[in-house]
Ligand binder design. Structure first.
Ligand code: ADP
Length: 404
């Protein structure tokens, strides 16, 4: 529930920041395009206006232009030569005699758009100063710019919406594993706390019981004392295992690797277990044929083998067999630890490398299991760049295959 809320909040934040970023970018992009289009459209007209202002003879060339001559009061003095076409709105054309030789835009009657320029001239005939106002109709250009604006707006909306959708899905994709890790870490801490609390509660209860009977002899209470010792041992093991996993998680576990003759090394580790298994009326046999020297951390690999051997012995009944074998395949050393024990169901196989997973919690606790052994084994193998797999042994039991 908590993760979903965090995911939702984060997705919303990401989508929002993408929206802001893209909106700003798109606005800048649109303004640049619009301004560029506007200047391109007006460039020719403005140049023409300037050249018309400089050279009156060119006037006849552009039918979109109006040539207005005004007296110093602003009254139009060439109305007759302009024709009836402009009669309706000639008086509505703004005129500002202080703005000379600059290009400006005019709207006439709220309907027609013009680019214009005003110059001052001297009428030789009347010996008077006149103002020449040259206007070129730009309704077509304005319509083109308006169309461009509408298209740019539509395109921007599409880009922003698409980017928000893409950002939402990309964020989901990148956030999911982070949240999954977060969830795993939270679970790990909760499980660790729970696992640590159980032996502590037992130790505390047993010690209180002992205090209630101060007169009794140690021999009478040996069972309780033994239990306390076992739980303390269990606590110690758990703390050690948790420390190893936490250091590996933080990428702080440094392996002291060295070249090791793997068969010799496996024999040294398993030898004490041959006797240990025999005492429990189980058989432990070796078949070591890797014949290779590989670069490993002897400390960690022996921890890995011990975890698997321990399990094989733990989950095997009297009279059954455990086998440690090694061979060489595709340039890698393969180590197999198999047993004819109780075996692991297919559904359970999917989870056994998870932290604190125990197929049979009660039984595993009885045998001193914490549910961390196989996840530590997997961590060690991964640190060596290898792989570990579980499969069914034939005719029965379990087989762990390690490739390094
Ligand atoms: P534990 O400390 O409980 O043994 P592990 O991580 O070592 O925890 O193992 C996880 C679970 O996998 C065990 O609880 C057990 O159910 C199962 N398991 C591991 N090894 C074997 C095996 N050789 N045979 C049968 N079950 C096994």
């Amino acid at each position: 529930m908590e993760e979903k809320k965090i995911l939702r909040e984060q997705l919303f934040k990401n989508a929002f920041s993408t929206f802001i970023t893209f909106t700003i970018l798109v606005i800048i992009f649109n303004v640049v395009i619009y301004k560029r289009a506007e200047s391109l459209l007006y460039e020719e007209i403005d140049e023409e206006l300037k050249s018309l202002a400089d050279n009156e003879t060119a006037l006849v060339i552009n039918p979109r232009s109006i040539y207005i001559v005004r007296d110093t009061e602003g009254n139009i003095i060439n109305q007759n030569s302009l024709g009836r076409l402009y009669d309706d709105y000639l008086d509505l054309i703004e005129f500002d005699k202080s703005n000379l030789n600059n290009i400006y835009t005019l709207k006439v009657n709220d309907e027609y758009n013009y680019r214009g320029i005003t110059t001052m001239a001297y009428n030789v005939k009347t010996e008077e100063v006149v103002y020449i106002q040259l206007l070129t109709n730009v309704d077509g250009e304005i319509q083109t710019l308006h169309n461009l604006k509408t298209r740019l707006f539509g395109m921007s909306l599409m880009i922003i919406t698409t980017s928000m959708i893409i950002s939402y899905f990309l964020s989901r994709k990148t956030l999911a594993p982070i949240l999954e890790n977060y969830k795993k870490q939270t679970e790990f801490v909760q499980n660790a706390a729970h696992e640590l609390r159980t032996p502590l509660t037992i130790i505390q209860a047993k010690q209180q019981l002992l205090l209630q009977e101060p007169e009794s002899k140690i021999i009478d209470k040996s069972e309780d004392i033994n239990l306390t010792i076992n739980e303390t041992r269990r606590l110690g093991k758990l703390v050690k295992e948790l420390m190893l996993l936490a250091t590996a998680d933080a990428n702080k576990l440094k392996l002291q690797k060295e070249p090791v003759d793997i068969d010799k090394f496996l024999k040294e580790i398993t030898d004490p277990y041959v006797e240990y298994a025999r005492l429990q009326e189980k058989t432990l046999s070796l078949d070591l044929n890797c014949n290779k020297t590989i670069n490993i951390s002897p400390n960690k690999i022996s921890q890995l083998i011990i975890i698997l051997l321990d399990n094989a012995i733990k989950y095997t009944a009297e009279g059954e067999e455990i086998k440690v074998s090694s061979f060489h395949k595709d340039g890698k050393c393969v180590i197999e630890i198999s047993d004819t024990g109780i075996g692991i169901g297919d559904e359970q196989k999917k989870h056994i490398f998870e932290r604190f997973y125990r197929a049979d919690k009660a039984r595993s606790r009885e045998t001193g299991g914490t549910g961390l052994g196989l996840s530590i084994a997997q961590t060690i193998v991964k640190l060596h760049g290898g792989s570990i797999k579980v499969s069914d042994n034939t005719p029965k039991g379990t087989k762990f295959t390690i490739r390094i």
